[in-house]
Write a protein that binds this ligand. Structure first.
Ligand code: NDP
Length: 449
């Protein structure tokens, strides 16, 4: 275990002691603190005002009971979370995750990352995250609706367009946002479009929001490739996952001339050397909500499904991990390096373990951390909020251009900041430092609150 500098080490020890058992939160805070060494040397004012200790402590953590009735008439019980982490730059903003693995440590790691990601977008949004250990898989629409209504019956009192604006994440897409928005509207008797993002296009949603995280990740990777004098054209790409982020990352990579040869879900992965058939993938995963194996069955040879195993065994030039945290470990990174991969851009949040990041960096693979590379989703959520506030709706082309501009800007800012703080080409350092300084300066200006 690496030791941090003498200012930061006691802060990290305090985080460990005050947040026991929250491994993902420890991992995310440690990664940020590791980048801050040159910042605390240059800016003693942050240490004097205890900005780092304060930024690692959520402003508010809400945990609540979510009872609901299943189709058989049995009472089910889940736990709901919302961590309102930092509002120095704007209302708390971040998604809701419905997955059986959700507990406070995961919500806190995601909320913490969200603070800096949102700052990097340059938009006026703070950081938060929430969710539940509810598993939507295998549940009927009616069960999902009853769960969402019960979840919102508690959550509504904590959110609002000027307070806290949730969106989707794993297990929360347009269907779930619809049920939650409906319940919020009913309870409050307000058509407050700006309270949730990721809404349907017909009722306050923004074009490109569905595609934004995946497209944005590819725009970011494309900037990396440009800076190395190349492009997606003719490259082989592997994505992990086959959910919202993965599907649209694959779509944009293919549109830019790459062949996307593999994707996965938690049961295994599909290899399709001819390039994924994205219409079929969307039909299987988005419309029918089936397992990825069904894609291979219906696509036929040469596509095949491999149960279990690692999608990172499939050789590629560019890897886009788009499933979940810690899905790409040191061994998988070594395999990618051996197979000639040159760029890894995180569509998911923290999918690469610290070991993986080390292996990739040592091998000279360009590595883009999620808080920079997947910021397109939240940035487009902020564009949705803008459209809601002005009662306007923008065209697909205009919104996509805004998204691309934002991703190009984040890429530039990461590189410039990394250079300024003595870590040229290091996107992790650039993203962490640029995001941190923006929030820290706002916190300094707002006093000790
Ligand atoms: P979805 O629920 O749409 O899809 C998640 C995908 O990842 C599914 O294919 C799922 O497979 C797979 N997956 C989940 N857990 C595992 C696992 N343990 N092993 C292998 N595969 C797994 O979620 P999103 O696409 O929205 O989110 C994916 C990632 O992107 C998350 O890290 C999220 O935080 C991040 N993100 C999402 C944003 C968004 O706008 N949606 C914005 C920024 C980041 P299965 O169906 O089998 O569970």
């Amino acid at each position: 275990m690496t030791t941090l500098n003498p200012t930061l080490q006691p802060i990290f020890e305090e985080i460990l002691a005050r947040n026991p058992g929250e491994a993902e939160f420890h991992q995310a805070t440690k990664e940020l603190l590791e980048s801050l060494d040159p910042v605390v040397r240059r800016h003693p004012e942050y240490t004097d005002a205890e900005i780092i200790r304060r930024i690692c402590e959520p402003e508010r953590q809400i945990i609540f009971r979510v009872p609901w009735v299943d189709d058989a008439g049995r009472v089910q019980l889940n736990r709901g979370f919302r961590v309102e982490f930092n509002s120095a730059l704007g209302p708390y903003k971040g998604g809701l995750r419905f997955h059986p693995s959700v507990y406070l440590g995961i919500v806190k790691f995601l909320g913490f990352e969200q603070i800096f990601k949102n700052a990097l977008t340059g938009m006026p949004i703070g950081g938060g995250k929430g969710g539940s250990d509810f598993d939507p898989k295998g549940r009927s629409d009616a069960e999902v609706m009853r769960f969402c209504q019960s979840f919102m019956t508690e959550l509504y009192r904590h959110i609002g367009e000027y307070t806290d604006v949730p969106a989707g994440d794993i297990g929360v897409g347009g269907r779930e946002i619809g049920y939650m928005f409906g319940q919020y509207k009913r309870i409050t008797n307000r058509y407050e479009s700006g309270v949730l993002t990721g809404k349907g296009i017909g009722w306050g949603g923004s074009l490109v929001r569905t595609e934004a995280t995946g497209y944005g990740t590819v725009f970011f990777a494309s900037e990396i490739l440009k800076s190395r004098g190349t492009s997606f054209e003719g490259k082989t790409v592997v994505v992990s996952g086959s959910g919202n982020v993965a599907i649209y990352a694959a779509e944009k990579a293919a549109a830019l001339g790459a062949t996307v040869v593999a994707c996965s879900d938690s049961s295994g992965y599909v290899v399709d050397q001819d390039g994924l058939d994205l219409d079929l993938l969307k039909e299987v995963k988005e419309v029918r909500r089936e397992r990825i194996s069904v894609y291979a069955e219906e696509r036929g040879a040469p596509a095949r499904f491999i149960a279990g195993g690692s999608v990172w065994d499939v050789p590629c030039d560019i890897a886009l991990p788009c499933a979940t945290q810690n899905e790409l470990d040191g061994d998988a990174a070594a395999t990618l390096v051996r197979n000639g991969c040159t760029v890894v851009a995180e569509g998911a949040n923290m999918p690469c373990t610290p070991d993986a990041v080390r292996v990739l960096s040592q091998a000279g693979v360009a590595f883009a951390p999620g808080k920079a590379a997947n910021a397109g989703g939240v940035a487009t959520s902020a564009l949705e909020m803008q459209q809601n506030a002005s009662r306007d709706s923008w065209s697909f082309v205009h919104t996509e251009e805004r998204l691309e501009e934002i991703m190009v800007g984040i890429h530039q800012r990461c590189l410039e900041t990394a250079e300024e703080y003595g870590a040229p080409g290091n996107y992790v350092a650039g993203a962490n430092i640029a995001g941190f300084i923006q929030v820290a300066d706002a916190m300094l200006a707002l006093g000790v609150i």
